[in-house]
Design a protein around this ligand. Structure first.
Ligand code: N01
Length: 898
């Protein structure tokens, strides 16, 4: 509806009351709101910003407590959209104080003349979508109502302070302060007895400064947090040189990094480093005083693997004990309930040392919870503390609070956002919500937001949204809305991403756990800033995938679908491979492809340590075959798994699936013997199959010599190796042994036809291509032999085979023949479990420590092998996540983690 008609209609509805009509209304004049206003104006869109405070600054306007500073280096925590702005402003410190940051926002507001479109001291009291007018109608606490075509929440993630949830706060006769709503006038704490409740970032930043002023400070701590020294001072010369040497390159690197700060991806894994090397890395990071560095740069597995994380957390715990003199206080300050980084760690200035001061007392609320606040102070289960001042550093209703709790938002058909989000926030890209047309959120739940440098994420969101509005205007569209399919797909992708990191293993404001009664689940996007940016770009370039666009004079456009169906790490691997623009593997020739593979494997993360790795040879039918044996660190004898590597009967050797064999050896507590069977084209069909059988027979006969348990063995394999494992089971049944108690077939080749749907759907773009498979088959097996069960086990007799686990991957050309084999085994009465790993590709499970989301599949494989061997289940809590065939919401993951 045109503006004039909207005006007439609104005038009637409000009985002539005033309504401000704009293209866009923005809530909040903080980091995001200011940049939005600037960009929207430049795009020629009339805009009003509504701000509750009486000046710009957002979170930096409200959080004025002593010690408030940013904890991302300020050179990274700045606008980057205008190089002239960058050179016009110089930060005075590595981590700027709140007053300096606030001055910066004032400077930006003045430089771009932003204040004239900001209505200060104005709260939105309700926002309702009027479908007939195609406008959001906003009622406000001050002045005219607003009618806008687009409504953008730039409300920040940590804007709504959480009530302290302690009885008796109103009875207290002394002074009460909230760090998130600190007074503008000076707060005098000298000669006063002060209590601080809460030891998150706000508490940890303010406690040392309050301790310096107060007569006595009592800190009430419920959960200790990890804090690292900031070592504030001038911006580090090396970082400044890097920035100034190539400003554009530096900023671009930040935009494509994982956390929004240009540090490279760490490649060394913890188990490759000695104790001394790990300690040295921690000492270096400790001296650097950089949160993102310590969160990402020590070793590659620190944020994704519980064991890798514990190594780091233990070193930090040592540091705390070194600083805090009283052992009981040190113990109380040392976190043990969450992995390092899973809860937001803090940067501090003399935080731990503050507890060595005679005027500071720590009260451990885990031992003596607060009962109530009284007129004179704080009462715990055991003691009463009389104080003059209470400072609540108790945090925020994070991520959703400012969007949802501040005012009712009513979308299409009277849908309330509070109802839609009752079980946790549902968004598409963290930017939009199905059922709420023309509503956008900047750094909303479902976007990297608080797990990133907010400056980078805000600019990316603002640019994406404004660019879309411009494109819509050019195409004649006036309304945009996410589809339910796209939103559900995003929830699935979020859940997949949540299994990548350890955030799911902590009860934090990231998961909503800090607010009683709030739905719980990992709210920020854990897949990283760069990957997220590429997804947003893909949505736009893919015809606004997952959005419905409408306009008065154009046909509706809806390119519906899910933007990411691959597991997040699989997507990264495939993108990386695509960028390498490799020639097809088969074009190298057999030896060239083997050399390439060896080089490729040399660059992967080293396999994890096991008890012992022994190389040997065993007698094959025509001479010795090499093998590599992986023995667990636990006392033997262990059950034995005979393993056959992948490589299309042409590539690979007994070492080429080394990380997988190590991982499975550790998970199962079993000996893995990886067999070096002979390869095509030198040794064609049925050599590989016969070698596999001969090796299994010899290993079973020599189990005790190898340190294994005498009795049945198990067989396992991946790809063509799984083909050999399956064939070995058939031969063992038909040739009178050896006894095999179970078969693990991972992405097996089971048949020689190439016409199943998965061959058509997944034979390009997922590395294992149709032409590569043709090449393998041609080198190994003549067409006349291909229906022989020794290469197409699906065509063999299946009765009487050992129990099986068949693992297939959704995006694998071989998926359907694996499924067919499992179904045929079941039909033949063989006990079989079949798992189809959603979002995975042919290489997912053997790319150990690269495709992190493959862990849950390998957990299932280990469980199956233990079952085959008659051993009890041995699941670790940290491995629990989404089973590969299933979907779980982030909320289910959090509760599983609990
Ligand atoms: O809040 P928090 P914050 N009784 O939720 C405790 C950003 N930030 O304002 O952990 C007793 O982290 C609560 O205990 P527990 C940064 O992202 C950045 O400090 O729930 N205690 C916890 O100790 C940060 O993470 C900077 O058991 C109660 C504390 O209060 C986020 O804002 C500076 C309680 C709350 O910690 C939030 O930080 C400041 C109760 N009833 C903040 N209720 C920078 O440096 C809560 N607690 C940029």
């Amino acid at each position: 509806m045109p503006d004039a008609m909207v005006a007439a209609s609104l005038s009637e509805a409000t009985s002539g009351g005033t309504t401000q009509q704009v293209d866009v209304a923005v809530v909040g004049a903080g980091f995001a709101g200011l940049y939005l206003l600037h960009r929207l104006r430049k795009a020629g869109l009339t805009t009003v910003v509504l701000e509750e405070a009486d000046d710009v600054g957002g979170t930096w306007y409200w959080n004025r407590y002593p010690g408030a500073r940013c904890d991302i280096q300020t050179i990274d925590y700045s606008y980057t959209f205008d190089p002239e702005l960058e050179s016009a402003w110089k930060w005075s410190e590595k981590y700027a104080t709140q007053p300096e940051i606030l001055r910066y926002f004032g400077f930006v507001a003045d430089r771009y003349d932003l204040r004239r479109d900001i209505r200060f001291r104005t709260r939105i009291t309700a926002a309702t979508w009027d479908q007939a007018l195609e406008r959001w109608l906003l009622t406000t606490s001050e002045g005219a109502t607003v009618a806008c075509r687009y409504y953008i929440m730039a409300t920040g993630c940590l804007s709504t302070p959480k009530p302290p949830e302690i009885d008796g706060v109103k009875d207290f006769k002394g002074e009460v302060y909230f760090t998130g709503r600190w007074p503008h006038e000076e707060v005098k704490l000298a000669a006063k007895r002060v209590a601080v409740i809460g030891t998150g970032s706000s508490g940890i930043q303010s406690i040392p400064l309050i301790a310096e002023q107060a007569e006595h400070l009592t800190v009430f701590q419920r959960t200790p947090n990890f804090a690292l020294p900031a070592h504030n001072g001038p911006a580090p010369a090396d970082r400044v040189a890097l920035l100034e040497g190539d400003r554009a390159g530096y900023r671009e690197q930040a935009r494509w990094s994982l956390a929004g700060v240009p540090w490279p991806q760490q490649t060394a894994v913890s188990w490759q480093l000695s104790d001394a090397e790990r300690r040295e890395r921690l000492d270096e990071a400790w001296a650097k005083g950089d949160l993102v560095y310590i969160l990402t740069q020590l070793w590659a597995d620190q944020a994704v693997d519980v064991d890798g994380n514990t190594l780091l957390a233990d070193l930090i715990r040592e540091k705390i004990r070194e600083i805090v003199k009283d052992p009981e206080t040190a113990a109380a300050l040392t976190p043990h309930d969450h992995p390092f980084g899973a809860k937001r760690p803090c940067l501090d200035t003399r935080y731990y040392a503050t507890y060595n001061r005679p005027n500071v007392t720590l009260v451990n609320l885990r031992q003596e919870p607060i009962k109530s606040i009284t007129a004179s102070g704080i009462k715990t289960d055991e003691r009463t503390f009389d104080v003059d001042v209470i400072v609540f550093a108790t945090g925020f209703d994070a991520m959703t609070g400012a969007i949802m709790a501040v005012h009712p938002i009513t979308g299409r058909g009277g849908k309330s956002l509070s109802d839609v989000w009752a079980n946790g926030p549902q968004t598409y890209l963290g930017l939009t919500v199905a059922g709420f047309p023309n509503l956008f959120m900047i750094t909303g739940p479902g976007s990297p937001s608080v797990l990133s440098n907010m400056a980078v994420s805000i600019e990316q969101h603002v640019d994406w949204v404004v660019d879309r509005l411009i494109a819509m205007r050019e195409a004649g569209f006036t309304a945009i809305e996410a589809t339910e399919t796209a939103q559900a797909g995003w929830a699935r992708h979020m859940a997949d991403c949540a299994t990548l990191t350890l955030h799911r293993l902590a009860n934090t404001w990231y998961t909503g756990a800090n607010v009683p009664g709030k739905a719980q689940g990992v709210m920020p996007y854990t897949g990283g800033v760069g990957p997220y940016r590429s997804i947003c770009n893909e949505v736009a370039s893919g015809g606004m995938l997952g959005f419905r666009l409408t306009g008065p004079n154009v046909a509706e456009q809806c390119n519906d679908g899910e933007i990411v169906r691959l597991q997040p790490d699989v997507r990264l691997v495939l993108n990386m491979l695509a960028e390498m623009k490799l020639p097809p593997l088969e074009s190298f020739g057999a030896q060239g492809a083997r050399d390439f593979l060896a080089e490729f494997n040399a660059a992967r993360p080293a396999g994890r340590p096991v008890g012992e790795v022994v190389d040997g040879t065993l007698p094959g039918t025509d001479g010795p075959l090499p093998y590599r044996l992986y023995r667990p660190a636990t006392p033997g004898p262990h059950p034995i798994v005979v393993y056959f590597h992948g490589g299309g009967w042409v590539l690979g050797d007994q070492e080429s699936d080394d990380p997988f064999c190590r991982d499975m050896c550790r998970r199962t507590g079993m000996i893995f013997v990886s067999v070096g069977y002979r390869h095509a084209p030198d040794h064609r069909f049925p050599t590989a199959a016969e070698d596999g059988y001969a090796a299994t027979r010899w290993i079973a006969e020599h189990a005790a010599d190898l340190g294994g348990k005498p009795g049945p063995v198990m067989v396992a394999g991946w790809s063509a190796g799984a083909n050999i494992a399956a064939v070995t089971c058939q031969l063992a049944r038909d040739r009178g042994g050896p006894q095999i108690s179970g078969q693990l077939l991972v992405c097996p080749v089971t048949d020689c036809t190439f016409d199943r749907p998965s061959y058509n759907d997944n034979a390009t773009g997922y590395f294992l291509t149709r032409s590569l498979m043709y090449w393998f088959w041609d080198l190994y097996c003549s067409p006349a032999d291909r229906t022989d069960p020794r290469v197409s086990p699906l065509r063999g007799k299946l009765e009487g085979l050992p129990q099986a686990l068949v693992v297939t991957c959704e995006f694998d050309p071989l998926r359907d023949e694996g499924v067919a084999y499992a179904e045929a085994l079941a039909a033949a009465g063989v006990p079989v479990e079949q798992v189809n790993a959603r979002g995975h590709f042919h290489f997912s499970f053997t790319m150990v420590d690269v495709v992190i989301t493959g862990v849950s599949g390998r957990v299932q494989m280990a469980e199956a092998l233990r079952r085959f061997a008659g051993l009890p289940s041995e699941r670790r809590q940290a491995d629990e996540g989404v089973r590969p065939g299933q979907t779980a919401s982030p909320h289910e993951i959090a509760s599983a983690a609990e």
